[in-house]
Design a protein. Structure first.
Length: 195
């Protein structure tokens, strides 16, 4: 009887294989000129290209950190990261689609309205952000103490709520210009006894 080798590579071997492959792809990507680029690449140019990529990723991470701080009530962050043409895509509790929320002032007013019912609302990053070119997504958890005023809520003031969501943002010219949000509204409304 002939033994057929397994198509699966043991996990520890696969992990060792992936690291060199990933490094090879990174090196090839950083050093290979495109067909339209006929200028020779020097090691210094390659280092600059890689550094620029990391600087861009660092800038995006800093913008996302400021985004979380903005939602935590630090409204002074907004003008530095929000474009005047900023727009929102969201299923709002009033049935709206978020299109009425525009620019820095519109976003800050919306966040302030949200925080009015939960003044100590605290957003934290649940999963490290994903960045792909002009788009970034961050998964978050929010926890806050309900003080009243939420339409239809029967929860007593002092009720602590926790809910999750995912923000996806599009960037242009160093600012966020578009925002999609998915929030676990059912989780929030259940805790507020608003169903």
């Amino acid at each position: 009887m002939t033994t057929v080798p397994s198509a699966r590579t043991p996990r520890r071997h696969r992990a060792r294989l992936l690291v060199p492959v990933a490094l090879a792809v990174l090196v090839c990507t950083a050093t290979t000129a495109t067909a339209s680029d006929t200028s020779p690449r020097t090691p210094a140019a390659t280092i600059t290209d890689v550094r620029s990529h990391h600087d861009g990723a660092g800038r995006t991470k800093a913008m996302l950190d400021d985004w979380i701080r903005l939602w935590n009530g630090d409204f002074d962050r907004a003008p530095g990261i929000i474009s005047p043409s900023f727009r929102v895509h969201a299923a709002l509790l009033d049935g709206g689609d978020g299109s009425s929320i525009r620019g820095v002032d519109g976003l800050v007013a919306w966040i302030a309205q949200t925080r009015a019912a939960f003044p100590d609302l605290r957003f934290t990053e649940q999963v490290a952000p994903l960045v792909d070119g002009r788009y970034a997504s961050v998964r978050w958890t929010a926890t806050g103490t309900y003080v009243g005023g939420f339409p239809g809520a029967e929860a007593a003031p002092g009720t602590v709520v926790t809910f999750t969501g995912t923000d996806t943002l599009r960037m242009r010219d160093g600012r966020f210009v578009e925002y999609w949000v998915n929030t676990d509204t059912l989780q929030l409304l259940t805790q507020l006894k608003a169903l």
